[in-house]
Design a protein. Structure first.
Length: 588
């Protein structure tokens, strides 16, 4: 390999590995920042201007610093946030009630003054009409404000508003208004007859919503409630356009608020449940898509802030699901591009966690036993070396080097390769591997692939009859590395930091290490026997390759193989592989 050929891929890898990324502080600094944010939230529970911003800041810090905080700390800070939010909600409700109380008192005073004026000739016809219209609109506004509040205090204020409204309509409307009100209520009773019993309906859970398609399930288990809500919206629009009696508007508004509250609770429970489920499940995706459509079309979320907030959540969930969907070629391409961006952004942070040395002498591994090294290379397993006991093999200074994966690294590789449907390194776009590996000080044995050729001669006369060519394997000893962090194309993983995700986040990975290699088999649909058969078939196909074939420029030559092939490393039986440890292995 010439110097120019070596420098070009190295420079490409270096530029990718040093892509900008937001660095995290040390745990102590993270703790101080979170505690400061908690104090800010607690200090603003009586401030409607700053509380929501302070709470959002604390939520963001808890999300960003989750990997730096203990589970106990996260629970403690979230508990403090929830307590502060409850206190803020009590404060906001008390303030709203106080404001509404003051406005209702002003309404009562204004009505007393207007009632006196209406009984005299003090007002001109135009002034009389203007004063009546102003008071009617004020009653409607206060009814709407009361509808947003709950509790006995709000009910008491609602009764006071109703008292004014009734006295007002009696005085102002007279017999004509009474007749109009009676007619409107009669039409309402007729049109809403099919919704009788809506208060007894029970919402369905997410599992039922996802598994059934019916009028009831499409209405979240509340078909009468949904019909009543839609009817109330329609009647309210008509009533306001026709300037219907305020008492009638108040009645329909109360029904709309009650039905809206039941629907909101039911849909929020469905969204919460679906949001917590795996986006890879097709039935869950279909159910969330139905929910999203119902919110935007059936419930007109664009005109309702509370339904709009839920629609935003379902939309974000569906976008994340689409980004992670690899069931189609288009989905895999989208997943690959987003994972490349995430991996490039995450790797510098991962790499910074290690104090790794550069330069390793394969002839003297004992000199660096236990130390970490950083290597940029290609995986030559399946190319220069026959697939065997090691998932990763390369050459350093022209000498063979073998490597095994930390279980966390192996699990991350399994996940990415499973979604891509190919091995990492099979595409030129992947680039070379950058690995952080521990020198074990142990040796293993691999099979070096060699091309052989020669003449075929008569055993008696020595006459040349033809030529032959083929492949042979030469056993070579190699020092063994243990890869604890790796970056290549769409993969960035570190046993101590996490795994880069498609949305740009880092997932904690200690649970992810329970992969097929530890359970003694391949992925869930396969047992040990099936995976062993696949492995033997894959090994036979790999052995048929031309030994002189070289990897593509810039690509890792590591070829597709079953999950259990990587499980069968030189710690095979320890990691749960059904095979015994290989020759040259060391005991735990």
């Amino acid at each position: 390999m010439t110097i120019a050929r070596f420098l070009l891929p190295c420079s490409c890898c270096c530029s990718a590995a040093t892509a900008p990324a937001q660095s995290l502080p040390d745990p102590a600094t993270a703790t101080r920042r979170v505690e400061s944010a908690v104090e800010a939230v607690q200090g603003s529970v009586n401030n409607r201007v700053t509380f929501e911003g302070d709470a959002a800041t604390l939520e963001r810090l808890l999300s960003d610093y989750q990997s730096l905080l203990s589970m106990q700390q996260v629970e403690q800070y979230r508990g403090a946030l929830e307590a502060a939010r409850a206190e803020y909600q009590r404060f906001a409700l008390a303030e709203d009630l106080e404001r509404l109380d003051s406005e209702v008192a002003a309404l009562e005073t204004k009505w007393q003054q207007l009632a006196t004026q209406l009984g005299s000739d003090e007002l001109s016809p135009n002034s009389r009409e203007g004063e009546i219209g102003d008071l009617r609109r004020e009653i409607e506004r206060l009814n709407a404000a009361r509808g947003k509040l709950g509790g006995s205090a709000a009910d008491a204020l609602g009764e006071r508003i109703s008292s004014v409204a009734q006295a007002f309509e009696t005085t102002v409307g007279g017999a004509e208004a009474a007749a109009e009100l009676a007619s409107a209520r009669e039409y309402w009773e007729r049109d809403s007859a099919q919704t009788v019993g809506w208060e007894q309906e029970q919402p369905i859970d997410f599992a039922s919503y996802a598994s059934t398609r019916s009028q009831a399930s499409d209405a979240f288990g509340l078909p009468k409630t949904l019909e009543l809500f839609q009817l109330a919206n329609s009647k309210l629009a008509q009533a306001r356009e026709n300037n219907s009696p305020a008492a009638y508007v108040e009645q329909i508004e109360a029904i709309r608020v009650a039905s809206h509250s039941r629907l909101l609770t039911a849909v929020r429970q469905l969204v919460d449940a679906g949001h917590a489920l795996d986006a890879g499940d097709e039935r869950t995706r279909e159910a969330m898509l139905r929910l999203d459509e119902a919110l935007r079309v059936t419930l007109s979320a664009e005109r309702d802030p509370e339904f709009q907030a839920l629609a935003t959540r379902t939309g974000q969930w569906l976008k994340t699901a689409a980004d992670a969907d690899t069931s189609s070629e288009e989905g895999r391409a989208r997943y690959y591009e987003r994972m490349k961006v995430s991996a490039a952004a995450a790797w510098p942070q991962m790499e910074d966690q290690f104090e790794a040395e550069r330069g390793f002498d394969p002839t003297n591994p004992g000199a660096m036993e236990g130390k970490l090294i950083r290597v940029e290379t290609d995986n030559l397993m399946g190319w220069r070396f026959k697939v065997g006991d090691f998932p990763f093999a390369t050459t350093l200074s022209g000498l063979p080097v073998a490597a095994i994966y930390d279980p966390v690294v192996a699990a991350a590789i399994d996940e990415v390769e499973g979604k891509l449907g190919r091995a990492l390194g099979d595409s030129d776009d992947d680039g070379r591997w950058t690995i952080i590996a521990q020198v074990t000080g142990k040796m293993g044995r691999m099979q070096l692939r060699k091309q052989i050729e020669g003449d075929i001669r008569d055993s008696s006369s020595g006459e040349k009859l033809g030529t032959y060519s083929g492949e042979a394997a030469e056993s070579v000893d190699a020092p063994i590395l243990r890869i604890v962090a790796a970056y290549v194309g769409p993969l960035a993983v570190s046993a101590g930091v996490g795994v880069a995700q498609v949305d740009g986040s880092l997932a904690a990975c200690w649970r992810r290490a329970q992969s097929g290699r530890e359970s003694g088999g391949g992925t869930a649909p396969f047992g040990r026997f099936t995976v062993l058969s696949l492995l033997l078939l894959g090994a036979e196909l790999l052995d048929r390759r031309a030994p002189g074939r070289r990897p593509r420029a810039g690509a890792s030559p590591h070829r597709p193989r079953t999950s259990i092939a990587r499980a069968h490393c030189c710690r095979g039986s320890v990691l749960g592989s059904p095979w015994p440890a290989c020759s040259g292995c060391w005991p735990d």
